[in-house]
Design a protein. Structure first.
Length: 161
């Protein structure tokens, strides 16, 4: 069973992910050993809006959607879609120990059966102690991801006006 788990982890092309853009193979190997591979069926919810939790999710296969409640419109709005190679939850590296004060702003749901690599808060703390240089490179990638998403949000907002 360990061989299957290892093989599936290799299916995540970390070299194409913005999160890992400053990382090398050694960083990937360290990160890969810290995450858990899990499968989630369509309809699963990884976290809910206003829920306090910390985890980083890398999509190996399948698809996720980030959804925001809109009581005024009476329906949720899809804020983002995440497919193979994408990651979400990068704030885990800056919010360690502060999950209660940083609740999720959206619900993250599985829209098609998915294979996911998950780094939980305990593993992130361990990773930070074991490989601070790797985490520093991941934080740099996470910042780039956040800037990219902010630009996308600006473009989407501009279409409303």
């Amino acid at each position: 069973m360990a061989e299957v788990k290892s093989a599936v982890k290799e299916d995540f092309d970390w070299r194409k992910s913005t999160l890992f853009q400053f990382c090398n193979k050694a960083d990937w190997d360290i990160f890969r050993d810290a995450v858990t591979l899990t499968g989630k069926p369509a309809g699963s919810v990884l976290w809910r809006e206003d829920e306090a939790s910390l985890s980083l999710v890398c999509v190996v296969g399948g698809g996720l959607e980030s959804v925001k409640k809109t009581p005024e419109w009476g329906k949720p709005v899809i804020m983002a879609r995440f497919t193979a190679g994408a990651s979400v939850g990068e704030s885990i590296f800056t919010d360690i120990g502060a999950a209660e004060t940083c609740p999720h702003s959206t619900t993250l749901q599985v829209v098609e059966d998915s294979s996911l690599l998950i780094l939980d808060e305990a593993a992130a703390v361990s990773l930070q102690k074991k490989a601070p240089a790797t985490v520093a490179r991941l934080v740099s990638g996470a910042l780039c991801l956040q800037f990219m998403r902010l630009r996308q949000l600006n473009r989407r907002l501009a279409t409303l006006f």
